[in-house]
Ligand binder design. Structure first.
Ligand code: SF4
Length: 219
């Protein structure tokens, strides 16, 4: 699947795009939010001051700062709780120790933080530390289910299931993740998948079952 998507969306070298804590907080902000709005929300959040100042700020101020992100009222306290847990941890705001921690332990450490789920933890570990994990967002989940790489299951279980069928190769996992996301945005949408122009159609279970007219259904 990775090699089929590459001619469409390009090669994707695995280079950290931002600091680990930036990645962690931005991933919380990105839920149900466009990339532009996520970036705007992060930028305005950082204008409140350093991480200590963001924790100490009234929650309404944090919610206002991140208003370009969807659900700011629920994300603001989550972000403050996540940051406070980091501040109070032995390593503080420095996540560098995750680079050498066994993957299982690193995932557990991150998902034990309030407001951090398996997708956010996987994104930080793969994007920042090139660890062999596979973040499953809504696009990755929908496409891998439709093509039949995994049976129908929730996103959380899909993280484990996909890791069992994919090679533990971080550059491979990164490129596949990013290009599946692009494919979900441009071709295999939830509402109206463009199966007629899809490069994955020859290997897609849903395409075969629905004879090229895949209905809109949630994977
Ligand atoms: Fe999605 Fe259709 Fe492509 Fe299958 S053939 S991956 S359902 S766009």
């Amino acid at each position: 699947m990775k090699d089929t998507l590459r001619p469409e969306y390009g090669e994707r070298p695995l280079n950290p795009r931002r600091e680990p804590l930036h990645e962690l907080i931005s991933t919380i902000l990105s839920q149900r939010t466009t990339h532009a709005d996520e970036e705007a929300a992060y930028h305005e959040l950082r204008e409140l001051g350093d991480w200590d100042a963001i924790i100490a700020a009234p929650v309404e101020h944090v919610a206002y700062a991140i208003r370009r992100s969807n659900y700011p009222d629920s994300k603001a306290p989550r972000i403050q709780q996540t940051l406070a847990a980091l501040r109070d941890s032995p390593s503080g705001y420095d996540l560098e120790f995750l680079r050498d921690l066994p993957v299982k332990d690193a995932l557990k450490w991150l998902t034990d933080l309030p407001g951090v789920g398996i997708k956010t933890a996987s994104l930080v570990l793969l994007f920042n530390y090139a660890r062999p994990v596979f973040p499953v967002d809504t696009h990755v989940h929908r496409i891998t289910t439709r093509v039949g790489a995994i049976p129908k299951m929730g996103e959380q279980a899909a993280h484990r299931a996909l890791l069992k069928v994919l090679p533990p190769d971080p550059p491979f996992l990164y490129e596949l993740h990013v290009n599946l996301l692009r494919h979900g945005q441009r071709v295999c949408s939830w509402v109206a998948p463009k199966c007629g122009v899809c490069v994955l159609r020859e290997r897609c279970d849903a395409y075969a079952i629905y004879d090229g007219k895949v209905p809109s259904w949630r994977a």
